[in-house]
Design a protein around this ligand. Structure first.
Ligand code: SF4
Ligand code: SF4
Length: 246
């Protein structure tokens, strides 16, 4: 299927002849604009299967390319290059090299789910955006995003203790993203919160940061969750043909 949306035609594929006369008719400049055809041979025939194997990508096969997701998309309204329908199309036909050209903007999805509500086929395009972003990271095409690093830290804490400790969460997330702990917005927020904070709650939080308490009887749940996460990870890596978790 040819790409026919003008916004999707790469500028380098538009050719214009400064001077051209055809059958005696001067079609110089704008009148002689052609789209240079390309022959694509590097299809990834497993691409749809790989995206479908990642969380959120399960229903990609249902898409019938109506474009309602892109029409409804919050990010597309400010950046026409952000085009969920187009990326789903590229994945389904295995045009990996074309998808990679947009690898630096796919992560911009803000998870507003407007596309999900607009989709008549229950494709859950928001999930597909997440799956593609995850796929780009797993394949090493982009570094892990801050959002992924946050999720990893969050999951690690829940799996280890059955609890989330806000202070440790912020410290570890900032360390993972090479951000200084002392940030103006954080100091301002902490100062404001401290003024109204119940003393006992502050003490409890301080103790929690120090001793890392676990939910009672958590070990049993932890083992089951770790087993499940390990199975899911192995399944995805097998579908993507990649090795163990780094
Ligand atoms: S969830 Fe993402 S893809 Fe869907 S409408 Fe919002 S920004 Fe666009
Ligand atoms: S709205 Fe749903 S069916 Fe339509 S193009 Fe988007 S994902 Fe595909």
């Amino acid at each position: 299927m040819p790409i026919h949306e003008r916004s999707l035609i790469r500028p380098e594929n538009l050719k214009t002849h400064e001077k051209l006369v055809m059958d005696g008719v001067d079609v110089s400049g704008h009148w002689s604009t052609f789209i240079e055809p390309r022959v694509v041979t590097d299809y990834n025939e497993a691409l749809e299967e790989q995206i479908a194997a990642l969380p959120g990508g399960e229903f990609i096969h249902r898409c019938w390319q109506c474009g309602s997701c892109t029409n409804a998309c919050t990010v597309n309204a400010v950046n026409p290059d952000f085009n969920p329908r187009f990326w789903i199309y590229l994945v389904r036909i295995g045009l990996e090299s074309e998808l990679l050209r947009d690898k630096d903007i796919i992560w911009q999805c803000v998870s507003c789910h407007k596309c999900t509500y607009a989709c008549p086929r229950d494709v859950v395009p928001e999930g597909i955006m997440k799956a593609i972003a995850h796929w780009l990271e797993l394949q090493g095409h982009v570094p892990k995003s801050r959002s992924t690093l946050f999720d990893e830290e969050f999951t690690r804490q829940v799996v280890e203790t059955g609890k989330i400790e806000d202070g440790r969460m912020i410290r570890n997330f900032f360390a993972a993203t090479a951000q200084p702990l002392r940030q103006d917005w954080l100091v301002a927020m902490a100062t404001r919160v401290a003024r109204r904070f119940p003393v006992m709650l502050g003490i409890k939080m301080g103790l929690a940061a120090l001793f890392r308490p676990r939910t009672r009887g958590w070990q049993r749940h932890q083992a089951a969750i770790e087993e499940y996460l390990g199975e899911q990870d192995a399944k995805r890596r097998k579908a993507l043909g990649i090795g163990e978790t780094q």
